[in-house]
Design a binder for this molecule. Structure first.
Ligand code: NI
Length: 169
């Protein structure tokens, strides 16, 4: 199976793709199922816990997850329909921003509504790691990267590290 190529935020042309808003999927068909299977393959190969379409150059509203001890999950045209008042800090990294991590504050629990690869709609309430992964992947569909969620001081520090990494090649 084809392993997909990553969009890397260190590359300015690819960064442009990561910054775009993905488009809704119109048809859940065999081609899409093939793409999703390739996304799982790519995510597992890099031991990721989630992978969104824009990360592999596909500007479609799709992502896959495999949060620790959870099953493989597919989200097509997702919407986050509820978030808890309670927020938590959690260390995040991203396959598109390799080698860098940061503590990000987000709602602890969410409810997400989406379609699976068989075209069936579902609603899922998630907490813990799965909630975190879904929120991070959902952001990718909006062109948002996790460092955008940091406060200004932390973000500047993070961007300086990213810049240093870019120069190191
Ligand atoms: Ni990511």
């Amino acid at each position: 199976m084809r392993v997909l190529t990553f969009e890397n935020s260190c590359d300015s042309e690819q960064d442009r793709v990561l910054r775009q808003k993905a488009k809704p999927v119109k048809d859940i068909n065999d081609e899409l199922r093939r793409t999703l299977a390739e996304m799982f393959e790519t995510m597992h190969k890099d031991r990721g816990v989630g992978l969104a379409g824009p990360q592999v150059g596909l500007l479609q509203r799709i992502f896959v997850t495999h949060a620790e001890r959870d099953q493989d999950r597919v989200f097509i045209n997702p919407s986050i329909i509820w978030t808890s008042q309670e927020q938590v800090k959690f260390e995040e990294g991203c396959l598109s921003v390799p080698g860098l991590w940061a503590d990000v504050v987000r709602p602890e629990k969410i409810k997400v509504q989406a379609w699976n690869e068989r075209g069936r709609a579902f609603t899922l309430e998630a907490a813990g790691v799965l909630s975190r992964v879904i929120q991070h992947e959902y952001d990718h569909l909006e062109g948002i990267l996790f460092m955008d969620r940091l406060n200004e001081t932390a973000r500047q520090k993070f961007l300086a590290k990213l810049e240093k990494q870019k120069q190191a090649g």
